[in-house]
Each structure stands twice: as structure tokens, then as C-alpha cells.
Design a protein around this ligand. Structure first.
Ligand code: ZN
Length: 511
């Protein structure tokens, strides 16, 4: 005897649950003892088929309910007449549904009752589908999003092609952006004694004519107690944070976004704010805009960026070793000492002309943080090094590529230009340090006291907001119009509770 099972769709009246009104079999299959992980459950294919049929039934009944009792024209009260049927399509997360809907028309005034999915619910997609499309679009490339949908739906569906995902992501992001603009009156959360503010910028390739990159800015605000350690050797995470992002040239959007984020985290005029920045002037400007709203503020040059810059300076071995020693003066907050030694290093770089050259690739030397963790897990991102010089990062990249060619000639011997270049690199770094000298603190002391000194210890860097999605593919170029809604959506998704509280409103209002 083979046992089989049957899954049935029934309708019944709420008052008489036992009196079945309609009944339809959704799925039948045999029950066999399992032999492996491949046949233990129904299997994805059958699960999808079940959802398909169940939804077909539900949607069909719901449409019929909508038309039930609609005998008269809502405009002129005359009788409505049946007028053929219309076919339309509805898309849900896993399934697509073809619906045939009765058309009702008024012969008196010509009123045509809604008879397509689009005219009934104003869209052809379920809210859940749009939410997932937008979330995937914000966290993955649109093409990756398409592939992920394909995996779960077990087939490619036109509704999930990359263009659709892009459209939904951008239109929902645009609504999130609008909501952000009208959000000035945020109810302040529990007052925070202490907040940490991170502001950072990242350069993203642009399609704008005459430009190679545009700067996106992001800020993250959190309470220090929100840092949760994640177990040994893994990055900590934040149990709560509020984010803002902008790709606008003026600072207004990132400033107002940052203030709202701070208010959501409990900023009051008594709060002490610790601000960490990479050293770029536009980042400090955002921080300064928050200052009048808080009680007191400590500005700190983000140790993550200091260490990263030191790692990324490519120098002959001896110079690099000396530079690494200067790092420890900076670590203890001895700026004067560090600057003096940097001057000496620039001098001694002039004597390096005839020494044997051993190039140390960026990031190859001591990449261990004073706290023992691996500080620079990610490859160096040249584009983030904006503040090092006045040049644009893209130009900087070109320059460093060409210097690399100058540095090493095929025989491995020293080219006379290399000494000058080493000096220039150290000078740049020295300039960066002296420009930010009043924001360099005793990092060592702060670490000992358990105080925040780096954006690296928690997932609060700009990387999680901008870089991971927008800089993932080197060849990707963005328009401001395409990037801005995406960034707003990413900021919302990265902010605790923000996306969950906004997605329904955003989806209903999206184009
Ligand atoms: Zn009518």
C-alpha cells in the first residue's frame, strides 16, 4: 500500500466553519519513507507549485469579493452591466498569477469598474515582492539581485530582471528620501549621555561629463553601549545605529540627515558627542553642524584612517620601517614628536638615492592594530585617500600608478626619481597630520580606558554604507540621480528599525 496526501483549499463562512462552500485540491503526492536530504520534504519545486495554486485560489476569491454586490453605478446609480472579461497579471515574491476579471460597465454614464490588477491595487506587484526587490537592490548589484530571485523562484521571471529591480529600488529610495526631508520633527528617543558620530566620504565613479568621480558622504550615530563584541577575531557589531547618506554637492542633506540620525539616537543639549572623521574638511563641517545641538564634543582623527594611510604609503624598506616607528608616536598622541620625525624622514629620504631599493607593497607591512586585531582586513582603497592632498582621488590614483612605473625599472635598480617621490609621499602625510593635529589624541590611553578611538572596531565605517554596494565593481559608473535614492535606501536599511517602520509607506507611495 502506498500512502498519499492531498492539500485542499476550502472556503467557508466565518459563522459556520464546518459548512464548506467551495473546495479545491491544490496538491497531491505520495508519501514515501525518506532516503536522504533530497526527498525528506516536499522539495522546493512542489512548494512553489503549492504556493502558486493556493495564491491563484485566494486572489481569485478576493477579486470576486470586490465585485460582489456591485449592482449599481457608483456615479449615477444606474444598473451595471457585464461587459466581457479582462485579463491581467499579478506578481508576488515567488509566483506570477494570471487573473481573469469580470468587467462591469454603466450604460448610462460610461463608468468602467476597475477590472485589472493595476486599476484595483495601483500596481501589479505585491508589497512583499517590492520590499525584497528594494532590499536586494540596495544591498547587491541589480544583476546579483536578479540571480538571487532566480535561485529562489527556480526560474527566471521578467518581473525580477535587473531593470525591474533597479526601477523598484530607485522609486522606493526616492520616497525614503522625501520622507527624510519631512522628518525634521523626530521624537527624541531616551536621552543619551554619550553618542559616537562617524562621518566619512567615499569617491564613486560617475557618468557625469568631465568628471571621473563624485563624493558620497555617510554618517553613522550610535551609543557606545551599542557596540557588541561578536566573539574573538570577528568584527564587532552595533545593536542599534542611525545612518545618513548623501551624494549632493552641498553639505545640506548630509547635515540634516546626520542631525536627524543623532536625534533618533537620543541627542540632547546635555549629550557628549565623540566625533570620528577621516580628516577631510567637509566631514568636519558636518560634525561642526551637530556641535551647537549637543552638550560637549570631542573630535578625534579616526585612528583607522591614520593607520590605513601609513600602511598605504609605499616606501623603500628603511624609510617604511622608520615611518612605522612614527606611527607609535601618533598612537600615543605625540603629534609634535611625530611631525619632527616626519621632517627628519623627509630629509633622510634624500639620501636614499643610492641604497638598494626594496619596494614594500602597500598593506604588506605590519598590518596589526595596537589592540592586536588585524586592522586592515580589506585591501587599501585609494579612492578614500582624498584628504591626503588637494588633488582629486582619481587624479591621485593615476599619479601613484605612474610613479610606480618610475619607481621600479626592469633590472630592479633604483631610479633617481624614487627618492623624490618617497619624500613627496611623506610630505603629504606630514601635511595631513599637521592639518588635523588638534584632533589627534592619545589613542593608546583611550583604548586602555575603553573609549572609542577608531571607526574600525564597529561596523560604523562608510564602507558598510557606500563602498560595499557602490564600489564593488570597478567598472560601475553612477549618475547622481541613480545613486541618491539608492544611498537613502541603504541608510534606512542600515539604521535600526528605520526600514521596518518605513517600507510600507514607501511602497504604497512609490511610482
Ligand atoms: Zn453610471
Amino acid at each position: 500500500m502506498t500512502q498519499r496526501y492531498r492539500i485542499i483549499f476550502q472556503t467557508y463562512d466565518d459563522n459556520a466553519p464546518n459548512a464548506i462552500l467551495t473546495q479545491e485540491a491544490l496538491l497531491e503526492d505520495s508519501l514515501n519513507p525518506p532516503t536522504s536530504c533530497l526527498d525528506f520534504s516536499m522539495g522546493l519545486e512542489k512548494q512553489l507549485a503549492l504556493i502558486q495554486k493556493a495564491q491563484d485560489c485566494v486572489v481569485d476569491k478576493k477579486v470576486k469579493l470586490l465585485q460582489e454586490g456591485k449592482n449599481n453605478c457608483p456615479k449615477c446609480q444606474k444598473k451595471l452591466h457585464k461587459f466581457g472579461t479582462r485579463q491581467s497579471i499579478f506578481h508576488d515574491v515567488f509566483t506570477d498569477h494570471k487573473l481573469t476579471i469580470q468587467r462591469l460597465k454603466c450604460k448610462g454614464c460610461g463608468y468602467d469598474a476597475p477590472a485589472t490588477v493595476k486599476t484595483i491595487i495601483n500596481t501589479t506587484q505585491s508589497g512583499d515582492l517590492k520590499k525584497i526587490q528594494a532590499t536586494l537592490g540596495a544591498t547587491h548589484t541589480y544583476r546579483e539581485g536578479e540571480k538571487i530571485f532566480e535561485l529562489f523562484s527556480m526560474r527566471s521571471r521578467r518581473i525580477n530582471n535587473h531593470d525591474r529591480i533597479k526601477h523598484v529600488t530607485e522609486s522606493i529610495g526616492a520616497v525614503i528620501e522625501k520622507i527624510g526631508e519631512t522628518e525634521k520633527d523626530v521624537t527624541v528617543a531616551d536621552a543619551a549621555m554619550e553618542l559616537v558620530l562617524n562621518v566619512d566620504g567615499g569617491h564613486i565613479n560617475t557618468v557625469e561629463p568631465g568628471k571621473r568621480s563624485m563624493e558620497a558622504m555617510a554618517s553613522v550615530v550610535y551609543r557606545p553601549e551599542a557596540i557588541c563584541s561578536n566573539g574573538k577575531d570577528t568584527r564587532n557589531y552595533l545593536s542599534s545605529k542611525s545612518c545618513a547618506a548623501s551624494v549632493n554637492d552641498d553639505n545640506q542633506q548630509i547635515i540634516s540627515g546626520t542631525i536627524i540620525a543623532a536625534l533618533k539616537q537620543g541627542l540632547t543639549d546635555k549629550t557628549h558627542v565623540t566625533a570620528l572623521c577621516d580628516g577631510a574638511a567637509n566631514c568636519w563641517n558636518v560634525v561642526e553642524a551637530v556641535r551647537p545641538l549637543c552638550g560637549d564634543m570631542t573630535c578625534i582623527l579616526d585612528w583607522f584612517h591614520v593607520a590605513m594611510k601609513i600602511e598605504n604609503i609605499s616606501l623603500p624598506k628603511k624609510l617604511k620601517q622608520k615611518l612605522m616607528r612614527i606611527k607609535w608616536h601618533l598612537w600615543r598622541g605625540n603629534v609634535d614628536n611625530a611631525l619632527t620625525r616626519l621632517e627628519q624622514l623627509i630629509e633622510s629620504s634624500k639620501d636614499q638615492k643610492h641604497s638598494t631599493r626594496t619596494a614594500i607593497p602597500a598593506g604588506d607591512s605590519c598590518a596589526v592594530f595596537p589592540d592586536g586585531s588585524n586592522a586592515i582586513a580589506d585591501p587599501p582603497r585609494e579612492c578614500d585617500d582624498g584628504p591626503l592632498g588637494e588633488e582629486s582621488p582619481t587624479e591621485g590614483k593615476t599619479a601613484s600608478n605612474s610613479t610606480k612605473k618610475l619607481d621600479v625599472d626592469p633590472s630592479g635598480s633604483v631610479v633617481s626619481a624614487s627618492a623624490g617621490i618617497a619624500g613627496t609621499r611623506i610630505k603629504k602625510f606630514s601635511k595631513y597630520i599637521s592639518k588635523n593635529r588638534d584632533k589627534i589624541v592619545n589613542y593608546k590611553e583611550r583604548e586602555k580606558s575603553g573609549l572609542v578611538f577608531t571607526s574600525q572596531l564597529a561596523e560604523s565605517t562608510v564602507e558598510s554604507l557606500i563602498n560595499r554596494r557602490c564600489k564593488g565593481q570597478q567598472h560601475m559608473r553612477w549618475s547622481r540621480e541613480g545613486l541618491s535614492p539608492l544611498l537613502q535606501l541603504r541608510a534606512a536599511i542600515n539604521s535600526k528599525d528605520d526600514w521596518e517602520s518605513k517600507w510600507k509607506m514607501a511602497i504604497i507611495n512609490a511610482a
